[in-house]
Design a protein around this ligand. Structure first.
Ligand SMILES: NC(=O)c1ccc[n+]([C@@H]2O[C@H](COP(=O)([O-])OP(=O)(O)OC[C@H]3O[C@@H](n4cnc5c(N)ncnc54)[C@H](O)[C@@H]3O)[C@@H](O)[C@H]2O)c1
Length: 259
C-alpha cells in the first residue's frame, strides 16, 4: 500500500511509534523515525532511518522534515506520534505551568509545527496523509491527568480540522485513539496492566491504522469498545461522568489494597 512512499514518524524509538514504523516498512515505505535522541538502534533493527527531533521545538521539526526531504524526497505520510503525560498532583490544576506547557507543546504544537511545513506543498500537489496518535483520553478522559486529557482533546480536534479544511484538497487525516498499549509510557502503571479493556501491543495499533487507511476512515479505534464509550459520553454525559467517578473510586481502592 505504501511502496516507495516516504513516511516520517516522531517519538518512534520504541512503543507505538516503533510498531507503526514496522508496519510502514513492511508495506514497502521508506520510513524516517525520530525521537529526542536519534533512534539509531531501532532504525537499524527495523530497516528505517534515524533522525533527531524535539517536537516541542519548531526549528527542530522543520529540520527533521527538511533532512528527510533532502535524503529521501517529498514526505507522503507524517505520523505525529510523540507524546508525554504527567499526573495532576494533589488536585486538578495542581501541576506546574511547566508541566502543562510541556504537554501542550509536545501533544499539540508538535503536530502544528509539522502541518505548517507540510500543508502548502501537499495542497499544491493534491495529496498527503497526516496521522496523529491522540488517545482514547482525547475522546473521553485520563483519570489522574487533566493536562494529558486536555491536550489529547486538542490533538483530536487538530486532526479533525485537517480533515475538514483539507479533505477536499486530497489530504487524508487519521486520528488514533487507543486505550492502554504496552510501551515505556505504561510500564509499571497498574491502571494499564490491570485495564478492564485489555493492554494492547504496539502492533495491534499499527494493524488498526492499516485497516482504517484501507477503509478510508478518519478515526482509528484499536480498542473498538472506545467507540461505544464515546457515543455514551455524547448521548448521556451525566451517566458517563458518574461511570468515570465509579471507575476512579474502584481504581483508588485497588491501588490502596495493593499498597
Ligand atoms: N501507551 C498507551 O497506553 C497510549 C495510549 C494512548 C495514546 N498513547 C500515545 O501514543 C504515543 C506514543 O506513546 P507510547 O505509548 O509509545 O510511549 P513511549 O513513551 O514509548 O513513546 C513516546 C515517545 O515520545 C518521545 N518524546 C517525548 N517528548 C518528545 C519530544 N519533545 N520530542 C520528540 N519525542 C518526544 C519519547 O522519547 C518516547 O520515545 C503518545 O502520543 C502517547 O500519548 C499511548
Amino acid at each position: 500500500m505504501f511502496k516507495n512512499k516516504v513516511v516520517c514518524i516522531t517519538g518512534a524509538s520504541g512503543g507505538i511509534g516503533r510498531g507503526l514504523a514496522e508496519m510502514f516498512v513492511s508495506e514497502g515505505a521508506t520510513v524516517a523515525i525520530s525521537d529526542l535522541k536519534a533512534p539509531e538502534e531501532t532504525a537499524s533493527e527495523i530497516g528505517a532511518h534515524a533522525y533527531e527531533c524535539d517536537v516541542s521545538n519548531d526549528a527542530s521539526v522543520q529540520a527533521f522534515i527538511a533532512g528527510v526531504q533532502s535524503d529521501h524526497g517529498d514526505v507522503d505520510v507524517y505520523v505525529s506520534n510523540a507524546g508525554v503525560g504527567s499526573g495532576n498532583g494533589k488536585y486538578v490544576a495542581a501541576a506546574s505551568n511547566e508541566s502543562w506547557e510541556q504537554a501542550w507543546q509536545v501533544n499539540v504544537m508538535g503536530s502544528v509545527y509539522a502541518a505548517r511545513v507540510l500543508m502548502p506543498a501537499w495542497i499544491e500537489r493534491g495529496s498527503g496523509r497526516f496521522v496523529i496518535t491522540a488517545s482514547a483520553a482525547g475522546l473521553l478522559n485520563q483519570i489522574g491527568s487533566a493536562s494529558y486529557s486536555c491536550t489529547k482533546h486538542a490533538a483530536v480536534s487538530l486532526a479533525e480540522s485537517i480533515a475538514i479544511e483539507h479533505g477536499d484538497q486530497g489530504i487524508k487525516s487519521h486520528c488514533i485513539c487507543p486505550q492502554y498499549v504496552r510501551s515505556n509510557m505504561t510500564k509499571g502503571m497498574p491502571m494499564a496492566e490491570g485495564s478492564q479493556d485489555g493492554l494492547l501491543e504496539p502492533k495491534d495499533v499499527a494493524n488498526a491504522l492499516k485497516a482504517a487507511i484501507a477503509a478510508d476512515e478518519f478515526m482509528v479505534f484499536p480498542h473498538p469498545v472506545v467507540k461505544n464509550y464515546f457515543i455514551n459520553r455524547s448521548t448521556h454525559p451525566d451517566a458517563y461522568l458518574s461511570g468515570m467517578r465509579k471507575l476512579k473510586a474502584k481504581l483508588g481502592r485497588a491501588f490502596q489494597s495493593k499498597g
